[in-house]
Design a protein around this ligand. Structure first.
Ligand code: SF4
Length: 368
């Protein structure tokens, strides 16, 4: 069976410390540290945890001179490229560039002085690093005020965000600077979708997708996935961040699941799917799936495993995945690479499934 592949919008390519964003490159996953950047040890610990979880690029806040001073040590020791997030003081951007940051994020709402922006652009040109122009709902207040003065009430937020980016980009175009990534984030999913559709229509810069102040894990996940998945399914988006109030490592796990679900990125791990169960099963499908996930975490290959509660969809699903389990009353049937292998008693399903998944992993290693 052949699943549909999403056709992606092709943008310009932007290089961030060796990671390509745009031009059809794999969609990269970003997150942001929550530590005080000046605390080098804590920040590097979090960066290492994020990188281990599969984060491709990490952004750090550069709010103070001390943060900027810490950056060179952080950049040198980080396993992934580092993006400096700068607001209000353009000097912090210059210090971050000198410290070796691989990209600078600027917000039109917080650094708007044209000469200051030009100075940052020239420094980025000299350092050969890109800039993300990132508009956030909370920081386009200045445009709201302008729109109000012009008595254009009830204008949709997405239009105002596009205008804010358009106006800011004039400075970059005057400086002949096109090494840019754009983003526009609202906490509202529909607004984020609308603004990014318009940016994709107007510009050929790569787009960074995400929401701002999306919420804690449950609310933030649902809001983010509504917006980011809708855009990705339309082919829009080159790098993503799922913003959650909480441990940023959660953001990376969610982003990986999202990209895998849309077949935009093949996971380098065992992917376990499970049926939702119903009155036909007597097995604890969720517990079996969880135990398998934990037991197979060391395998860094994309192997698909299905845990099915009964034979209704089980044999059909077995043909689509590498290893499948169809639970029965007291025993379960195991399939490997579409073929029935054997029936095992329920108490042995975990061990037997682990054996079969490891056989697939070993055979692929040999084939490589
Ligand atoms: S596979 Fe079987 S147990 Fe699972 S949801 Fe479908 S019918 Fe129910």
């Amino acid at each position: 069976m052949k699943y549909r592949q999403i056709e992606r919008r092709i943008s310009k390519a932007v290089n961030v410390g060796g990671i390509t964003i745009g031009a059809g490159a794999p969609i990269s996953i970003q997150s942001m540290t929550t530590t005080q950047t000046a605390d080098v040890k804590a920040t590097l610990e979090q960066i290492n945890r994020l990188a281990e979880a599969g984060c491709d690029l990490v952004r750090v806040a550069v709010a103070t001179k001390q943060d900027a001073a810490a950056l060179s040590e952080i950049v040198a020791a980080s396993p992934v490229p580092i993006i400096a997030d700068v607001h209000f003081n353009f000097e912090r951007a210059l210090e971050a560039i000198r410290a070796g940051a691989h990209k600078i994020r600027l917000n039109p709402g917080t650094i708007s002085d044209r000469q200051a922006v030009r100075t940052i652009i020239e420094a980025c040109k000299d350092a050969h690093i890109p800039i993300r122009v990132g508009v956030n709902e909370g920081s386009v207040i200045y445009r709201f005020n302008q729109v109000r003065r012009e008595k254009q009430f009830a204008r949709p937020l997405d239009e105002i965000m596009v205008e804010a980016i358009e106006e800011y980009l004039e400075i970059f175009h005057e400086c002949n600077f096109s090494d840019l990534v754009l983003s526009a984030k609202s906490h509202d999913a529909a607004t984020t979708i609308a603004v990014n559709r318009e940016l994709a229509r107007r510009y050929d810069y790569p787009l960074h997708l995400g929401l701002t102040h999306a919420g804690t894990v449950r609310t933030g996940s649902v809001r983010s996935i509504c917006a980011v998945a809708t855009l990705l399914a339309e082919g829009i988006g080159d790098t993503i961040r799922i913003s959650l109030a909480g441990d940023p490592v959660e953001e990376v796990a969610l982003a990986k699941e999202l990209l895998a679900a849309l077949r935009l990125r093949e996971p380098e791990e065992v992917e376990i799917i499970a049926c939702p169960t119903c009155g036909r099963t007597t097995a604890d499908v969720a517990a079996i799936a969880d135990q398998l996930r934990q037991a197979l975490v060391d395998i860094k290959q994309h192997i698909t495993v299905a845990v099915m509660g009964c034979v209704v969809n089980g044999p059909g699903e077995a043909g689509q995945v590498d290893v499948a389990l169809c639970c029965g009353k007291n025993n379960a049937s195991i399939f490997r690479e579409g073929k029935f292998v054997r029936t095992v008693p329920m108490e042995k399903v975990i061990d037997e499934m682990i054996t079969e998944v490891r056989k697939v992993a070993d055979s692929r290693k040999v084939r490589k």
